[in-house]
Design a protein around this ligand. Structure first.
Ligand SMILES: [Zn+2]
Length: 333
């Protein structure tokens, strides 16, 4: 589908082209199977995994490949080019400096960020509004998040927002309240991964992310459908949900590709947007996500236009920039 699109939820580290992954793996001396299907199995998540933790582990295979500034520049450039080719006009890319830096001792947060910005600069020839979101990782000690906070504040002008990611069962949102309070104090727009996993505390995590972390958007959030209280909170406070249906299926947050509560959420009055999460590692495009919604959930062009308008308004990219690139009436080929 060639509809113009806004993508709010895409991880840079999960958006690598498969051909690039294979090339980098070979150049890093990894033994990559010559059989394409076996090679796909090594790096991609195409079938539902046992749980979210298992999926996150898969990311470590590609993480090893992010070993130099040149590679980071290249994957950023390619991620923007791929988004452009898929009809995306407004693109928020998020990444965790701690995740990329792990095991790469010659890289630091600053050199990582500069390499990524260089990729975005080279990709300016594509008419896409691009903004970066800095991810804080739940699974790391809080002292490390403090280091990320300092890095973030030092580079505030080249980020559009902040996020807290990783397995939400690992540590409650409340533990990060002091850190996010500081971000909110500095007027940083906040989105939080919450209400994703199929665990009893998921809806409460959404409520806590709004109350304690200042979230105005929630990554996923689909589990609020199980809690009238969480649902009401999200509606009353005009919180936008970054829904990623295929990702939710692959991480087993929903049991099959026909049982996502996206339509119930919309009907209840929730601001719903459609996103791809990790198009590289999940081996699909945002337009595939649109096709899925069209096929299984009866979405029409009008529904996509509404979701994109919601996403455009909720985008953290400054109004003056995103307006320049967003033209909902344009159709790409
Ligand atoms: Zn995500």
């Amino acid at each position: 589908m060639s509809l113009p699109k806004v993508e709010l939820h895409r991880h840079l580290e999960g958006a690598l082209r498969f051909s690039t992954v294979l090339e980098l793996a070979r150049s890093h001396g990894m033994s990559v199977p010559t059989d394409p299907l076996a090679a796909q199995k090594m790096f991609l998540v195409e079938e539902p995994m046992v749980d979210l933790g298992t999926v996150l582990k898969k990311f470590l295979s590609t993480q090893k490949l992010l070993s130099s500034e040149e590679i980071l520049t290249r994957i950023t450039y390619e991620a923007i080019e791929d988004a452009y080719l898929d009809g995306i006009q407004v693109l928020e890319l998020r990444y965790a400096p701690t995740f990329i830096a792990e095991g790469h001792s010659h890289l630091n947060f600053k050199s990582i960020h500069q390499a990524i910005l260089k990729g975005a600069e080279l990709a300016r020839k594509f008419p896409v509004a691009v903004g970066f979101i800095c991810i804080f990782q739940r699974i790391l000690p809080l002292e490390i998040s403090q280091e990320v906070l300092q890095f973030f504040l030092d580079h505030r002008e080249s980020f559009v927002g902040a996020d807290l990611a990783d397995d939400e069962a690992f540590r409650p949102a409340k533990d990060f309240s002091a850190l996010f309070k500081e971000l909110v104090r500095q007027n940083v727009p906040i989105t939080i991964h919450a209400g994703e996993a199929l665990i009893p505390e998921a809806p409460q995590n959404v409520i806590d992310s709004i109350d304690y972390l200042g979230a105005c958007r929630i990554g996923h959030g689909l589990q609020i459908i199980k809690s009238p209280q969480a649902l009401k909170k999200v509606i009353d406070e005009n919180i936008t949900l970054e829904i990623c249906p295929t990702s939710n299926y692959l991480t087993q947050a929903i049991s099959d590709l026909k049982s996502h509560p996206i339509n119930q959420l919309r009907q209840a009055g929730v601001l719903v947007t459609v996103n791809s999460d990790d198009p590289g590692i999940f081996n699909y495009k945002l337009s595939d996500e649109y096709d899925l919604l069209k096929r299984n959930y009866g979405w029409t062009e009008t529904d996509f236009e509404k979701a994109n308008q919601i996403a455009f308004e909720a985008s953290f990219i400054p109004q003056s920039i995103k307006t320049k690139f967003w033209n909902p009436k344009t159709r790409s080929t």
